[in-house]
Design a binder for this molecule. Structure first.
Ligand SMILES: O=C(O)CCC(=O)C(=O)O
Length: 274
């Protein structure tokens, strides 16, 4: 199966060892050195332990993970389509030190807390360019029950239909999670050091508990398009992302027009007025 077919079948592509192991180990070691956190000593954990770390390093995806960059470009119809501001990896890790570690473990299910669609910095339309992929970068291996993100592949068609029904656009605070109750396919990410998972941008997902005693190091890297998607190109010219949305809506082509104004924060910060 090529990556386009894989994305169309699963709404996710898992790229093992896409980043060099040594780089991952160096960046994780630098985090421990910089923060003074000792994984074996909970007294060294900060108060808000499960949040983003500071960004001190940045590197172009093309240079550090060329094969992954090629796949990203392939799914989005070519490098020229990708917003220049979203072409780097950085070490502002999503840290999960011990989320919910004091509670009994519960696997992914409709009642897991925190299901959401990503994109707090823009108003959401079916063709929105701002969140074109959910790129999960795994800096250290994630075993089962160790903070791997939960996701629900069969949420994608439901979110496509919700967006199609709202050409006026929806705020990022919309109740996306209502659709999780119609999903049946619930998964938990497990991955190796340096793996990259490219999830469909409409995928409902949620943070999970991490009772493992091992810090989960991940980035959720937004990749944006320069221009809105188009759903009425000749079939062979649709990008894999566009084709996945047409497939999810069970149509060959779509004349989609937005009826409300696009809105975004230029610095990717949370849109407050929404
Ligand atoms: O920390 C996680 O596993 C989930 C992160 C997440 O949901 C997000 O960044 O949108």
């Amino acid at each position: 199966m090529n990556v386009r077919e894989e994305f169309l079948s699963n709404y996710v592509v898992h790229l093992p060892e896409a980043l060099p192991r040594q780089l991952c180990e160096d960046w994780v070691a630098e985090y421990f050195q910089r923060t003074g956190i000792d994984e074996s000593d909970p007294k060294s954990f900060p108060d808000n332990a499960n949040t983003f770390s500071d960004r001190t390093r940045t590197i172009p995806i093309r240079d550090v993970a060329p094969a992954a960059w090629q796949v990203i470009c392939e799914l989005l119809g070519g490098e020229e389509n990708i917003d220049d501001r979203t072409r780097d990896f950085a070490n502002n890790f999503n840290i999960n030190i011990n989320r919910g570690a004091d509670q009994p473990w519960k696997g992914p299910a409709p009642d897991s807390p925190g299901w959401h669609k990503d994109g707090w910095f823009f108003r959401h339309f079916l063709d929105s360019p701002e969140q074109a992929l959910l790129c999960l970068v795994i800096w250290r291996d994630i075993q089962p029950q160790s903070g791997g993100t939960f996701y629900a592949p069969d949420s994608v068609p439901l979110i496509c239909r919700e967006l199609l029904a709202h050409p006026e656009g929806l705020p990022h605070t919309h109740n996306w999670a209502q659709w999780i109750h119609d999903c049946k396919d619930f998964r938990e990410i497990t991955a190796g050091t340096g793996d990259i998972l490219l999830l469909h941008p409409f995928m409902l997902h949620a943070a999970s508990q991490n009772p493992s005693g091992r810090i989960r190091f991940m980035n959720n890297k937004v990749v944006s398009l320069r221009e809105p998607m188009q759903f009425n190109r000749p079939e062979a010219e649709s990008t894999a992302l566009e084709a996945s949305i047409l497939q999810a809506l069970d149509v060959q082509s779509l004349d989609f027009e937005i009826t409300g104004a696009r809105k975004r924060s230029e610095d990717f910060s949370r849109l407050e007025e929404e």
